[in-house]
Ligand binder design. Structure first.
Ligand SMILES: Cc1cc2nc3c(=O)[nH]c(=O)nc-3n(C[C@H](O)[C@H](O)[C@H](O)COP(=O)(O)O)c2cc1C
Length: 197
């Protein structure tokens, strides 16, 4: 059996080639401190054999969730292909040279927000108003003009999600009997289970 990871990588590439806007994003679901599912959209940096790479702030709630409960689900839906993939597995967080080197190419406004987080306003923490955030970021912009904001804050890291379970839903237009499969990695072998659509 071809590896479902190969299928995921190839299908993601197909969605990119089709310029499917959803190919650039995914939804990551973690379990919060109250045992509720917590979802958010993230930008997909790459889908490769080693796993799915995302760029995150290591002090953000999603990472706090993963550190206290490693269970997650990642959802891809590519409407141009009418294919959905769900991924569960293990995760790793690390500082990545490519991410560090590429940070300078991020728009200045985004770099300022990253700096803002690193100086004490933790991502997703409560704040009294949007105006406060705007005023504080404006102050940072005065302090750190574009040319001087070149070093990526340490807390930005790569989150690598390493699939051990993949669920596929493939639209079959002709008879609407969609192709549903679940794959589990047992040792280093992927096992396949067909599901009723
Ligand atoms: C289109 C889109 C792309 C996003 N990309 C990222 C991303 O790559 N990394 C990230 O940390 N947050 C990204 N976000 C913001 C997250 O959805 C989320 O608001 C933020 O990471 C805080 O999540 P948390 O409080 O659950 O940790 C993106 C949001 C949208 C709508």
């Amino acid at each position: 059996m071809a590896s479902p990871l190969d299928e995921l990588i190839n299908t993601h590439q197909e969605a990119l080639d089709a310029k499917d806007p959803s190919s650039r994003f995914c939804v990551l679901i973690t379990i919060d401190e109250h045992d509720f599912p917590a979802s958010r959209v993230l930008t997909v940096r790459s889908v490769e054999h080693q796993g799915i790479s995302l760029y995150v702030d290591k002090y953000s709630p999603k990472i706090q969730h993963l550190q206290s409960n490693p269970n997650f689900e990642l959802l891809f839906f590519w409407p141009s292909l009418m294919k959905q993939y769900k991924v569960r597995g293990d995760f790793e967080l690390y500082s990545d040279d490519e991410q560090t080197a590429g940070w300078i190419n991020k728009p200045y406004a985004g770099r300022l927000v990253d700096l803002y987080h690193s100086l004490g306003r933790v991502q997703s923490s409560p704040v009294d108003s949007l105006a406060t955030v705007q005023a504080e970021i404006k102050q940072l912009a005065d302090q750190y003009p574009q040319q001087q904001l070149t070093e990526m804050p340490d807390q930005l890291v790569t989150l690598l999600l390493k699939p051990t379970h993949i669920g596929a839903w493939i639209n079959v237009q002709e008879d609407r009997i969609h192709d549903r499969r679940e794959y589990s990695l047992v040792g280093d072998i992927w096992c396949e289970q067909v599901l009723v659509p």
